[in-house]
Design a protein around this ligand. Structure first.
Ligand code: NCD
Length: 329
């Protein structure tokens, strides 16, 4: 793994598998009565969120705290950014305090990569504009592998990424504005899944070059009976998706996972969504609460997966053995 995590494309199947395996150990830590290990004691992690977030920010901060790192929280709205300070000056100021990692969310695609060029610290992309959201893709892959392992009566750590081979996944909705879709498709395809994008033409990216997909469909009803995973995306109205649609009601009529549509899925098929969910738009309230809906399990797994990412970036080789001790001991 490189010193920063900016894109799923940097990892490849091997890198993804390594993170999933280390996540297994941290998921075990999360089940302990005191879910904390000293692996990153003395390290400082800054969470720098220049855009709204509930789960991603809290998940990263929880992950860093469970690794015993010191966590600094930066909020653009209450900082000197309001006084006109540039992102670069802000970041260099924070870095001067002695920081080991920046966890960055920013409305502009490429901002975390730029930041990585300004500081010596590791940078984790926690979502940049329409570009990527790699840890979301990793926690989604972790969740799928966990459920498939449970179904086979296996421990998750005994299940390799072979379980993704040929897995039929539909990514449904506002693909054009979704960093989750981009990272998710890259990760799932790297592991061997067959991903179909399902969306109206106006919500697809202008070019699908570089998207390793099996196909595109405009007919959700036709796709549903052949799926293993139905992955729904939120309509990103804050990024202008509303202007690409006649109305949200029409979107729901054609692409919403209503109870009637969910009944077309095979019995074993899983329903996923990165959150925040808009009940009644891309997913019906009763479908979001079905046992096959993994929305909250995705959130729960996010902490272990982000612990793994921070650990792999920051702990260094000399601490690999320490992890074994602390995790198994
Ligand atoms: C996503 C995001 O912010 O990209 N949420 C998340 O991080 N879980 C998806 C979204 O906002 O729809």
């Amino acid at each position: 793994m490189s010193a920063s995590l900016l894109s799923i494309a940097d990892l490849g199947a091997e890198g993804i598998e390594q993170i999933l395996r280390v996540s297994d150990s941290f998921a075990e830590v999360g089940r302990r009565s005191i879910p904390k290990v000293p692996a990153l004691r003395g390290r400082t992690v800054v969470s720098l969120f220049a855009e709204e977030s509930t789960r991603t920010r809290l998940s990263f901060e929880t992950a860093a705290k469970r690794l015993s790192a010191d966590v600094l929280t930066f909020s653009a709205g209450s900082s000197s950014v309001k006084k006109g300070e540039s992102l670069r000056d802000t970041v260099e100021t924070i870095a001067a305090m002695g920081v080991d990692a920046f966890v960055v969310r920013h409305p502009s695609a490429g901002a975390p990569a730029q930041l990585a060029g300004w500081v010596d610290a590791s940078v984790v992309n926690a979502g940049d504009g329409w570009h990527e959201h790699p840890t979301q893709a990793l926690l989604d892959c972790y969740t799928i592998r966990q459920v498939l392992a449970e179904r086979d009566g296996l421990a998750v750590e005994d299940t390799g990424v072979g379980c993704f081979a040929g897995l039929r996944v539909a990514v449904v909705g506002d693909v054009a504005h979704s960093r989750v879709a981009r990272s998710g498709v890259l990760a799932l395809a790297a592991l061997g899944a067959r991903v179909t994008l399902v969306a109206p033409g106006s919500l697809l990216p202008p070019s699908l070059e570089g998207w390793p997909i099996a196909g595109v469909s405009h007919d959700l009803d036709a796709v549903l009976p052949d799926l293993d995973v139905c992955y729904l995306l939120r309509i990103q109205t804050e990024r202008g998706a509303g202007s690409h649609l006649p109305s949200l009601r029409e979107y729901t009529a054609a692409y919403g996972l209503t109870a009637r549509r969910a009944a077309r899925l095979p019995g074993h098929a899983l329903v996923m969504h990165p959150g925040p969910i808009n009940r009644g738009v891309e997913i019906a309230a009763e479908v979001a609460d079905l046992p096959r809906s993994l929305v909250l399990r995705q959130v729960a797994n996010g902490v272990a997966v982000r612990m793994a990412v921070l650990y792999l970036l920051l702990a260094g080789d000399s601490q690999g053995d320490m992890l074994k001790e602390t995790v198994s001991g």
